[in-house]
Design a protein around this ligand. Sequence first.
Ligand SMILES: [Mn+2]
Length: 377
Amino acid sequence: MVGNTGIMPLVISSLMAFLFFLTFRLQGLKPDNHPQTLKRRKSSMIIVMEKNAPTDAITMITGKLEDKGFQVHLSQGVERTIIGAIGERTQATMEMFETMPGVEKIIPILQPFKLASREFKQQPSMVAVGNKLVGDGSLQVIAGPCAVEGRELFLEVACMVKEAGATMLRGGAFKPRTSPYSFQGLEEEGLEILAEAREATGLPVVTEIMDPRMIALVTRYADVLQVGARNMQNFFLLRELGKINKPILLKRGPSATVEEWIMAAEYIISSGNPQVIMCERGIRTFEKYTRNTLDLSAVPLIKQLTHLPVIVDPSHGTGKWKLVEPMALAAIGAGCDGLMVEVHQNPNEALSDGPQSLTPEHFNSMVRKINALKAAL
Ligand SMILES: [Mn+2]
């Protein structure tokens, strides 16, 4: 008994101390106190200016923002200007800008992506390609072979897809291949053929850019520079593409989440180029009957989270030509702004991606159906 009365208080007090410690630890880990949440809260903001606010007021605010270390992005609407301020926002800075002349309201941006977000720009963005607008409610149909394989072959298929209703041409001159022994593309010769096909058909051309060292070369020939799925997180390439004045078609990486994909777009936009077109091309899942799993839920999601136009590539998205037309129809149902489809005169002899390429005849019948569906919606 004497021994027990001596030990019990000790046991109880150490148990209490442990419980105190545990409560403290758990408090520290509560989501609200999590350092990352704190950092996100203290991030960027949008300053919405009053209707027809004078230029002086805008200049004064952008100057103040830059003094405070914010990166400033102006979005000039018809009636009002919106200023995106990327940096460390605090309650005090928000209150300070709220009372400045010409300011209507301040909206904090809570998403990790800022300039791509709907919060920053509520109206959908349109990207001009030649005399066409991607994202204006029309349906762009980008068609052509996986790779430019030769002059006659490409010029022929270019005319065929134009005849069938394509609005842009595609064709790879630089090919990222899984195997270093596979056909790597015709490179500059391929670009020259693409430019010739544009002259012959009047259609703008889309081709892939793989390396920042090639930007000057590819820009001389192409109307749209495509970032392939494998390069979606090549951040150095994305930053360099932000410095040019050309539309960028940004494919989703095979294992990228929607957020990672939008963050890739944010790299291009924040480097200075807002002309980004998103392209869903399927993600890698456990399914083996298809080359990739085409994630069509990403289409309305991109539309809700961002102001960017989004197109769908059912060729790479499925890997099977028989699935291209049904998934193209489904993509239009999901609200996409365009489609990118591989077409080859003789898919059995294509140097790359033959099994997913449509013949010009199949492409022709598909275009009629997609245009009928688009018109009905
Ligand atoms: Mn391909």
